[in-house]
Design a protein around this ligand. Structure first.
Ligand code: URA
Length: 208
């Protein structure tokens, strides 16, 4: 599907197999989710800019390249928090913005209840962390929020994507790349992804 990058690697397949397995307990779910997030970020940040510099090795001066982009991470509450720690470890300088959304029972649309974005988001590389791209409603709402704050370079990192979610994001934000470990089949009547892995937040945080 346009706009979607399915990141392929045997390690990713293996992580996904464990995450899908209903018998995987909290500790292993967390372990595989963290590893998978790391692998996805490797691909999702391949285009970051580098600045030329130099370092002194124990033997001589050597040319070296350093990361030169400001990175902003925006986990979508609550399940995006499960990816945050891992991505923060990769980008210790990253600023973090938060977007909390809940379903408006009247309109069935996501409604923001909390929002705090860092200054300087306009010139930053923004990564929205949303493990399960199901209907795409919260991803779209988060994209609206970061775009309204001036962000122009925004990518979405998910663990599992549904065709409905990818299409919803593509329609409104065709320039936004979506990185996912897999494109699953469809949504069920409760808007869960099939075959999916169940409720990501519940399985990661041990709730539900
Ligand atoms: N959120 C989840 O955690 N799982 C789904 O399948 C869909 C949305």
């Amino acid at each position: 599907m346009p706009g979607l990058v399915v990141v392929e690697h045997p390690l990713i397949e293996d992580c996904l197999a464990h995450l899908r397995d209903a018998g995987t307990g909290v500790a292993d779910f967390r372990r595989y989710a963290r590893l998978l997030t790391q692998l996805l970020c490797f691909e999702a940040t391949r285009d970051l800019s580098l600045r030329q510099g130099a370092v002194e090795t124990p033997l001589e001066r050597a040319a070296a390249r350093f990361l030169d982009d400001r990175v902003v991470l925006v986990p979508v509450l609550r399940s995006g928090l499960a990816m945050l720690e891992t991505v923060e470890a990769l980008f210790p300088e990253a600023r973090v913005g938060f977007v909390g959304l809940e379903r408006d029972e009247g309109t069935a649309q996501p409604r923001g209840y909390y929002q705090k974005l860092p200054a300087g988001i306009a010139g930053s590389r923004v990564m929205i962390l949303e493990p399960m791209l199901a209907t795409g409603g919260s991803a779209r709402a988060t994209l609206e929020i970061v775009r309204a704050a001036g962000a122009t370079d925004v990518r979405l990192v998910c663990v599992v994507a549904a065709p409905e979610g990818v299409q919803a994001v593509n329609e409104r934000f065709p320039e936004t790349a979506i990185y996912s470990a897999v494109l699953d089949r469809a949504l069920n009547e409760r808007k869960f992804i099939l075959p999916g892995l169940g409720d990501f937040g519940d399985r990661y945080f041990g709730t539900g």
